[in-house]
Design a protein. Structure first.
Length: 756
């Protein structure tokens, strides 16, 4: 029996990589210094795996930004606009592709399956040439070998998944026609990798999706060709995760692979079919890579023993692993000093999950680990019995929910009339999505307060000063609907998590979201309740400083759910409804406090979609109801906004319409307003604010360019329904570019008002 992981977190235990990259971008450290930080992190991960006695040492899971972008670099899939300046280092080209430059727009970014990790979308062009362009994986293999590590197992994103995730940039061009040239480069690469290892892990997570037969056929063709050219001493471990592969079982069975990794947490059903894969090595993903709960080791051991005997599997050909890469969980629980000991004892982060694997293997090999197993059982039992998890009247509250609570009082048309007369907005109203730059001063203020070096009153005064500034700047810019800027929030989910019962947060539980952006998902361990108002003081303060409407700003129940680690002891739906009830109370309180516009962000709605399409409608019906439960408790006059980014609405537009938000703002600039087409086709009834510039890049859009995008939007959206706003919140930006961009945005809106 062997143990290994599908990948480890790579941001560093104290986010060293994030800090180094950002310092490099600012010119504060050299390329060599950055590379040294990268190397240190890789070394730490190698030593961790050694300490855990893993039989295979994973290499190649490291990345300076994103593993899909790494593959684009490796294959030489560098869009022309980034090939111009010959003076750029490979690293600078790489970062330019991810973030854009003043002259070249960043590549698109989107969510990795149903996670909150974002990858950079490969771009495909007609006649595109590929070439082996980066040595990253070889460098990392050499480095590991030179440090004395053996049994290296490099990992690569598979060619089919790579192509699937990319987007054709030329109209009517079938990206799949590029499969042959891409496979050729993969083969060249695999031959180079070959001398360093026996096993090569190739990730093909798209095998858990419902694939058209054309792609299934390509799978077989591609892997046959790879197998033919791969030196015979090498073995391929095909890795799948996030769901079961049962829809593609026959395809997988006909692939010439040596090992198969299955996610047995999300894809439990696969347990019944394991014997069919008997002629390959089986890597069993039995430690959950998507949550932070301690594994029930005794139960897993029983399960494994059961599987082995009932399916008569050969233990010599079994690998134990995490369900997916540990990229999606925080690094080490030991850094949590403030968490209550009881809660902490229920949890397990990446390092602890590796330890769980180690113990499982020892137990299965007959080593005496009974003490550890007993200890594990104790905490599992204590969690089951703990009263920390339950609020007594929550079940009553849930049972009192009725369908009326999912509906606004009147139709959108009626509401719109009333809202118009109250708000009195011009054509093409301008607004922003919520946050303004989180300056070092703001961060410092929150930190000092957290440390107790500022008392509550001092803290509030400072935050209010930031709000004053933000209001002032919005007045100067001439925006129409204001925001308070969210200076009190470290994160849109954690902020609310800290104020709701049933939630706890971590000090250092960072998880990579995209590039250098990390989030610290809070943890839902019990029933949710709102002990007191969460945002009223800030919003009403901001409103008191201006005659323009200030948007109340909340995070929706589904985003709270998706961006938290959730309890695994009740259905997600129940947790979503508990969250919705708490938010509903806040929405009502905002209305009572005379706030006329309230935005409830749901950027994670789409990412929450099950990977299998036949489970969509079940999810969407409760998810949309949760949103409506949160937002429908107000009068017609109160304008409800929602915001979603990185969403493709194509096949869920009817559900988006059912949300019945008065205004929805979406991310649209990176796709050149293409995302709007479906709103037109569906005849989407309410108002829309398609984002007119990409906030992930420091690039300042010109007035011309914004006008052009708005004109494109006007082809699709009636003029009285069009709002003007950026793609998302501005918290990651700096003030100079923010002011310049918004100034251009307001000018473009004004020019358009004259024209229409
Ligand atoms: N209101 C949030 C902000 O502006 C929305 C963030 C998001 O959609 N991810 O920061
Ligand atoms: Zn957003």
């Amino acid at each position: 029996m062997y143990t290994h992981v599908l990948g480890l977190p790579r941001i560093g235990a104290q986010r060293e990589l994030k800090k180094a990259i950002e310092a490099y971008w600012k010119g504060n450290i050299s390329l060599e210094q950055l590379e040294q930080t990268g190397k240190n992190i890789r070394q730490q991960n190698l030593y961790l795996q050694k300490e855990m006695n893993f039989d295979f040492i994973t290499v190649g899971d490291f990345s300076y930004y994103d593993q899909v972008l790494d593959m684009s670099m490796t294959l030489g899939a560098i869009p022309k606009r980034f090939q111009t300046s010959s003076t750029k280092s490979e690293m600078d080209t790489y970062f330019a592709m991810a973030r854009g430059t003043q002259n070249a727009k960043a590549m698109e970014m989107t969510k990795w399956f149903d996670t909150n990790y974002h990858y950079i979308v490969p771009e495909f062009y007609k006649g595109q040439q590929f070439s082996l362009n980066s040595n990253k994986i070889i460098v990392e293999l050499k480095e590991a070998k030179n440090s004395g590590f053996a049994n290296l197992k490099p990992i690569l994103i598979g060619p089919l998944t790579y192509l699937y995730l990319g987007k054709s940039q030329d109209k009517n061009f079938d990206k799949w026609s590029l499969i042959d040239p891409i496979i050729d480069i993969y083969i060249e690469l695999l031959i180079k990798i070959s001398p360093y290892c026996e096993w090569i892990q190739i990730d093909e997570p798209i095998l858990v999706l419902n694939l058209p037969s054309k792609i299934k056929e390509l799978f077989i063709k591609a892997y046959k060709k790879i197998k033919k050219h791969l030196p015979s001493n090498n073995k391929i471990l095909l890795a799948t995760y996030f769901e079961d592969i049962l829809d593609n079982k026959d395809t997988v069975l006909s692939l010439p692979i040596d090992g198969l990794h299955l996610d047995l947490i999300r894809g439990k059903k696969q347990l019944n079919y394991l014997h069919e894969f008997k002629n390959t090595f089986l890597s069993l993903g039995i430690i959950n890579g998507r949550n932070i709960w301690k594994a029930n080791l005794n139960k897993i051991l029983d399960d494994i023993k059961n599987i082995l005997s009932s399916k008569s599997l050969d233990i010599e050909r079994i690998m134990l692993s995490t369900s997916c890469s540990l990229l999606h969980v925080p690094i080490d629980l030991e850094y949590e000093k403030k968490l209550s000991l009881e809660l902490k004892s229920w949890m397990s982060f990446a390092k602890q999950k590796c330890e769980e694997l180690k113990i499982l293997k020892q137990a299965l090999e007959g080593k005496d680990v009974s003490k550890i197993l007993e200890e594990n059982q104790k905490t599992i039992d204590s969690r089951q019995k703990s009263t920390l998890r339950t609020i007594t009247n929550i079940q009553d509250k849930l049972s009192q929910i009725n369908t009326k609570m999912f509906q606004r009082q009147s139709s959108y048309k009626e509401r719109n009339k009333k809202q118009r007369s109250i708000l009195n907005l011009p054509l093409f109203p301008t607004t922003t999505i919520g946050s303004f730059p989180q300056t070092p001063e703001i961060r410092k203020t929150r930190l000092l307060y957290k440390k107790g070096e500022l008392n509550e009153q001092e803290y509030k005064q400072k935050i209010k000063k930031f709000i004053d500034e933000v209001i002032q700047r919005q007045e100067e810019l001439g925006l129409d609907v204001f925001v308070h800027g969210e200076p009190e929030r470290n994160d849109m989910v954690e902020y609310f998590g800290q104020q709701l019962k049933g939630y706890c947060s971590t000090e250092n539980g960072w998880v990579q979201s995209y590039g250098t952006r990390c989030v610290k998902p809070p943890i839902i361990y019990g029933d949710i309740e709102r002990p007191s108002p969460m945002t009223i003081e800030w919003i009403t303060y901001a409103q008191s400083k201006t005659t323009k409407p200030v948007k109340g700003m909340l995070t929706g129940p589904i985003t709270m759910l998706c961006w938290s680690f959730v309890r695994d002891d009740q259905p997600r739906k129940d947790t979503a409804f508990q969250l919705a009830l708490a938010i509903r109370e806040e929405v009502k309180d905002l209305e009572k406090a005379n706030i006329k516009v309230i935005q409830i962000d749901e950027p994670a709605l789409r990412e929450g979609l099950p990977l299998k399409q036949n489970k969509w409608s079940e999810y969407l019906s409760w998810a949309i109801n949760a949103f409506k439960l949160a937002t429908s408790g107000v009068k017609d006059e109160t304008q409800i906004h929602t915001h979603m980014c990185y969403s493709d609405f194509e096949d869920i537009i009817e559900w988006i319409a059912k949300m019945d938000a008065d205004v929805i703002s979406i991310e649209a600039s990176r796709s050149k307003m293409e995302l709007l087409e479906v709103f037109k086709e569906f005849n989407y009834p309410n108002e829309i604010g398609p984002g007119i510039y990409d906030i992930h890049s420091p690039r300042v859009p010109s007035i011309e360019e914004i006008k052009e995008l708005l004109e494109l939007a006007l082809k699709v959206i009636p003029k009285e329904k069009l709002w003007v706003n950026p793609d998302c919140g501005l918290k990651t930006r700096e003030w100079p570019e923010t002011l310049a961009s918004l100034k251009n945005m307001v000018s473009a809106a004004k020019m358009l008002r004259e024209k229409y």
